[in-house]
Design a protein around this ligand. Structure first.
Ligand SMILES: [Zn+2]
Ligand SMILES: [Zn+2]
Length: 340
């Protein structure tokens, strides 16, 4: 099969790889769409992805081959895949925090250990496959995973208990935009987005942001002169969390969603943090349950792929697409093996 692999020099290129064969409890999926994630850019530049590895963890496709013990799905089924196999039996899984299951370090698809979906075919455990309802498009199917990330971030916050809170979102990249959509989906209406780039700011308005400011510091006065109760930091930069701490109201909450590079530290003004008594929470991935909720929400139209997806491209365009994303020339790009 054709797959996008990391060459020894670090470039991405289409190579020939053996077709995957399903083991017990596994299926092989013909990839329809696979999104390029901001974390893929971080991962590639980290050097953790070795030569020969295939990335890609935001995907949907059709089941084309099944191993033993996979009666839950049929060949031809369209599925979105939760790309990190959780064990289902550890203390974290049992207590409803499967996003932290330690088994994922070895089971994750497209993050280094197991080949991902920048390829014609990808292997996945059947229990990670979530059937896509009739009428849902393959573009929507590829957005289930990143929307689940945003949904989890919102669930980590006070907004769930009080959707009337004043909410700031820093950064209108894919995760920021999806967080705006998830906030709207959970009933929040008072959402202001801080984004420097005009094109992304416009997308935030289309996603349902009530208003916009051009930088994180301006969130402090964005609500008729009042400070936000909660700020979601989705910028993926170590520079913005300290600005969030300054902008948020005393006793407020900051949720860290954007991913920073390995080795980067956050330089938080310690005295300010203490005297404002701000709760700083982090958010990673989603629970199994939230992935299922994401399928339902995306199927109901919580996000418009036409707003979020800048382009759909062939596998051969993977490296150029990484370059475009890194340079801010696109917001969300999908790869489609059928395009070449
Ligand atoms: Zn991702
Ligand atoms: Zn577990």
């Amino acid at each position: 099969m054709r797959a996008v692999s990391v060459l020894p020099g670090g470039e991405l290129a289409v190579v020939d790889k053996p077709d995957p064969t399903p083991g017990e409890g596994e299926v092989v999926i013909a990839v329809e769409r696979c999104g390029i994630c901001g974390s893929d850019l971080h991962l590639k530049s980290s050097g953790l992805i070795g030569p020969g590895a295939v990335m890609g963890h935001e995907f949907c496709g059709r089941v084309v081959d099944r191993g033993a013990g996979t009666d839950g799905v049929a060949e031809g089924d369209l599925v979105s895949v939760l790309p990190s196999g959780r064990c289902g039996v550890c203390a974290l899984c049992v207590s409803g925090r499967s996003e932290l299951c330690p088994a994922q370090a070895m089971t994750a698809i497209g993050l280094g250990f197991n080949d991902g979906a920048y390829a014609e075919f990808c292997k996945a455990p059947v229990r990670s496959c979530y059937p896509i309802p009739d009428g849902m498009t393959v573009e929507q199917g590829a957005l289930v995973e990143p929307y689940a990330v945003a949904l989890h971030a919102v669930h980590r916050s006070r907004v769930v208990a009080d959707p009337g809170l004043k909410v700031g979102v820093i950064g209108a990249g894919p995760i920021g935009l999806l967080t705006v959509a998830a906030l709207r989906g959970e009933g929040a209406t008072n959402v202001v987005v801080a984004e420097r780039a005009e094109m992304r700011a416009e997308l935030a308005s289309s996603m349902g942001a009530a208003s916009l400011v051009s930088n994180a510091g301006a969130l402090a006065t964005a609500f008729g002169g009042e400070q936000p109760d909660v700020i979601f930091d989705c910028a993926g930069s170590p520079l913005t969390p300290p600005l969030a701490l300054e902008a948020v109201t005393a006793g407020g909450e900051i949720v860290l969603v954007g991913v920073v590079d390995i080795g980067q530290t956050l330089d938080m003004p310690g005295l300010l943090w203490i005297i404002k008594q701000v709760d700083v929470r982090s958010s990673i991935a989603y629970t199994d349950e939230e992935f299922g909720q994401s399928v339902d929400a995306v199927a109901k139209g919580v996000i418009d792929p036409a707003v979020l997806v800048s382009d759909t491209r062939p596998l051969a365009a993977a490296q150029a697409s990484f370059d475009d994303l890194a340079a801010g020339r696109a917001v969300k790009l999908l790869l489609s093996p059928a395009l070449g």
